[in-house]
Ligand binder design. Structure first.
Ligand SMILES: Cc1ncc(COP(=O)(O)O)c(C=O)c1O
Length: 390
């Protein structure tokens, strides 16, 4: 076993975190500790102020209309379940891309039994969506009962960015609800609800927003929030004389105590992103991705691997998948880990439909995903290792 560790699995969860993240969590747990909305004493007010501050900054960061419409959940999976199952009713139809993660697909497949149907918009073999400005091509997939488009902003398999702005414009024109899964872009690429006509934006805290696991959320337009059935019901600390969920935001969707240490950590992660700036973060990840793609090209030309998805840094995040052509992907990933200390993720990445689109189903791929703390030396080590193994 190689004692060194080069972490190239940031698309799964970012690591390491900025030092301010664990210290904000420890501070909260050792100095504040109280729940929000329940107690009438100083620590409860401090906790409430901390949560409001993070809600407010998330709202501004994503161009939301009202901090009260920022709802905290455990992760983007839970956010998508709450949005999808809260919105869709028997007889509804939705559009998704063929690049979706199972966090979108599995709730939809569950709902199929209740009479909700979906159509996949086929993407190209590099993961891109074949639409032009304003996405008029989507018209062909509409049915009289189409209610929404639910889509990832970027593929977690190959990093290809989907045209969220164009799809948002199309949805606005057609009166469809637009739900965007920002798991792979929040904290790397600009995402703005107003500019991109996003009705509900689902985010996760533990990837490029650099927070801990167990915190995520969604931001929703106020008008839409009133139309959704809350999936989780329980105590909110508000209007406790009634056994019905409150109608007001964010309590309508936030039953049970929140993950307050997680929110404190997410606040610190977001602060790091705000201070560094999205442009600097994406430039850094782009540079590493470019280096990696350049190094992979001769291996591809020699028939030792296939680069999955786009060949250039344009229109992609810092996620690169390869299909080894000289050995099994699982064996290659195990050797990267054991002999070189290079941590990647191999398999289908919870996105079977994306792998079918990319022609890597059922074997899957090895995914390398770069984060803000990776260096050109990490990229060089990964390339050296691949030259040896493949
Ligand atoms: C595109 C996409 N959507 C959803 C998810 C689920 O994220 P989480 O595990 O934070 O719920 C992931 C995680 O890899 C993802 O990449």
């Amino acid at each position: 076993m190689n004692p060194r560790s080069i972490y190239l699995d940031n698309a799964a969860t970012s690591f390491p975190k900025p030092a301010a993240v664990p210290s904000a969590m420890t501070d909260f747990m050792t100095k504040v500790g109280a729940n929000i909305g329940r107690g009438s004493y100083r620590e409860a007010y401090d906790a409430g102020a901390m949560v409001f501050e993070v809600r407010d900054r998330l709202c501004r960061f994503f161009g939301g209309e009202d901090p009260a419409c920022v709802v905290f959940t455990m992760n983007v999976t839970m956010s998508l379940n709450m949005l999808i199952k809260g919105l869709l009713k028997p007889g509804d139809h939705v559009l998704v891309s063929s690049m979706e993660h199972n966090a979108v697909m599995r709730p939809l497949v569950q709902l199929a039994e209740a009479g909700v149907s979906f159509t996949r918009i086929p993407c190209r073999e590099d993961g891109s969506m074949p639409v032009t400005e304003g996405a008029p091509e989507l018209e062909a997939y509409l049915k009289p009962n189409t209610r929404a488009v639910i889509m990832t902003h970027a593929s977690n398999v190959c990093g290809t960015v989907l045209p969220a702005g164009d799809v948002g414009l199309f949805c606005k024109k057609k009166g469809l609800v637009f739900i965007l899964d920002t798991a792979q872009t929040a904290g790397v690429l600009p995402v703005n609800m107003k500019e991109m006509n996003i009705d509900a934006l689902a985010f996760t805290g533990h990837k490029s927003l650099l927070g801990p696991q167990g915190i995520g959320g969604f931001i929703i337009r106020r008008e839409l929030a009133g139309l959704l059935t809350p999936l989780i019901a329980g105590g909110t600390g508000s209007i406790s004389h009634t056994e019905e969920m409150p109608g007001f935001m964010p309590d309508r969707f936030e039953a049970g105590p929140l993950n307050l240490p997680g929110i404190a950590g997410l606040g610190a992660g977001l602060r790091f992103v705000e201070e560094k700036g999205l442009a600097a973060i994406s430039d850094h990840e782009r540079a590493l991705t470019g280096l990696f793609l350049d190094g992979l090209a001769p291996l591809e030309a020699a028939g030792r691997l296939r680069i999955v998805g786009k060949m250039t840094v344009e229109g992609r995040t810092g996620v690169v998948s390869i299909l080894p052509l000289t050995t099994d992907p699982a064996i290659a990933a195990a050797r990267l880990d054991e002999e070189f200390g290079i941590r990647t993720r191999v398999g289908l990445h919870c996105a079977p439909s994306a792998h079918k689109t990319l022609r890597t189903f059922p074997e899957g791929s090895i995914r390398f995903s770069f984060g803000i703390f990776n260096t050109p030396e990490d990229v060089g080590a990964a390339l050296d290792a691949l030259r040896t193994i493949l």
